[in-house]
Structures are given as structure tokens and as C-alpha cells.
Design a protein around this ligand. Structure first.
Ligand code: ZN
Length: 220
């Protein structure tokens, strides 16, 4: 089943499917839980279009490659090209918002970090970016003040708020566009708050974006 951008109501969105540009280390509590060192330069990386899949009604995770961690993140769907864009241009280019999982093969990533190698195989595998349906930006008054939550098997695992981003949405997309041209249909992931941890086959997940939507899914 091939992926297509959809609204939260399931309507197809008339944009192609592109790359996913991500920021790492954008919430202080997650930096602390990973015992990561921070740097003034932003940590950007890309997940390929082939990593995208629908979050609902279920998604699969790699088996026998160590732990696969949830990272619940606000996702931004881009509708217009962005190259070295200022904040106003960025805001005009946003189609809307959703939640996505930046699935991460954590053991594989740790080994790659140790070797000083890039992370692609830990972050960019097929199905590494399950994404929910999008809500048009006109429906969200304050995207920089949204609580979002992940519950796994009835237990609250992640409880973040976009107000706690180190780099705000406009700033991080503007910075990304200095390095990578963003095209219509690309998605930007804005970083995970604390609470990453292993997912297992059979887990029941609930993802909630403020009072905008709440959905349930499962790991197949
Ligand atoms: Zn992430």
C-alpha cells in the first residue's frame, strides 16, 4: 500500500510525496534523557520518501535489529518551494500540521554513533516515518503552543508541548532551507520531547494533538 498525504478526515491532499527533513535535539528534556552533548549548530537529517507510511490503522516495525524507539513529533506539510527562506516565506508555504513517529533503530544508531558513521540505516528504513492525517494551518491558531501526547498500552509515554522547542517552527524550517531546498509535498519533523522507548509488536498506541485530534493505532 503506497503512502499519500491525507487530511485527518482521510481525504487525499493534492501534493506529491517527498522527503522528510528532521531536526534532532530540539527539546531540552530529550537531550537530557539521551545524555547528548548540545552544539550551537542545528542537527538536521533526512528520511527518504520511502520511509513514509500511514500511521493508522497500524504500522510495522523492523524485527531482529534491536530496539525500535518511538519519537513523537509535530509534522509540518510543505506546500510551496522554500530555498533560503525567511520566516514570512516559511509561514506562507505551510499547508498544515500533524503528528508523526520518527521511528529509530536505537541500538543500530548507538553503534553507528560509536563508529562516527551517519545514521541513515537507523532512521531511514522503509516505514520509518508513520504519519497521521494533516490539519490545515487555518484550523490551528497557535501551532507553537500545542500539547501532544503518546500513550502506549494505556501508559502515558510522551507528553510534550511545542512551546518547549529550542528552535521554533518558522526558525527551524528557515534554517533547513539554507541547506536543503524544500519542495511541495515535503514534510518537516520538528523534534521529539522526552519519553522515547522501545515499541513491540502488538502495542496499542494513542496519539493526541491538543484538542485537534486523538487517534489510536497499533504496531502490527
Ligand atoms: Zn526525531
Amino acid at each position: 500500500m503506497s503512502y499519500q498525504h491525507r487530511t485527518i478526515d482521510g481525504q487525499a491532499i493534492d501534493l506529491p510525496v517527498g522527503k522528510v527533513v528532521c531536526i534532532g535535539q530540539n527539546y531540552q528534556d530529550h537531550i537530557a534523557e539521551m545524555q547528548s552533548k548540545t552544539a550551537p549548530q542545528a542537527l538536521f537529517f533526512i528520511k527518504p520518501a520511502t520511509s513514509l507510511c500511514a500511521l493508522t490503522p497500524g504500522f510495522s516495525i523492523p524485527q531482529a535489529q534491536g530496539e525500535v524507539h518511538n519519537e513523537t513529533e509535530l509534522a509540518v506539510l510543505i506546500a510551496k518551494p522554500l530555498k533560503q527562506a525567511d520566516f514570512a516565506t516559511v509561514n506562507d508555504a505551510i499547508w498544515g500540521y500533524s503528528l508523526a513517529l520518527d521511528l529509530t533503530l536505537r541500538d543500530v544508531q548507538a553503534e553507528l554513533k560509536k563508529l562516527g558513521r551517519p545514521w541513515e540505516v537507523a532512521k531511514g528504513f522503509d516505514g520509518a516515518c508513520p504519519v497521521a492525517g494533516f490539519v490545515e494551518k487555518s484550523q490551528l491558531q497557535h501551532p507553537q503552543q500545542l500539547e501532544f501526547r503518546l500513550t502506549v498500552n494505556g501508559q502515558l509515554r510522551q507528553d510534550g508541548n511545542t512551546a518547549n522547542m529550542i528552535r521554533g517552527i518558522s526558525q527551524l524550517i528557515s534554517e533547513m532551507s539554507q541547506h536543503f531546498t524544500l519542495l511541495p509535498g515535503d514534510i518537516v519533523l520538528t523534534g521529539t520531547p522526552a519519553g522515547v522507548g522501545p515499541l513491540q509488536r502488538g502495542d496499542e498506541l494513542q496519539l493526541q494533538l491538543a484538542d485537534v485530534f486523538s487517534l489510536t493505532t497499533r504496531v502490527d
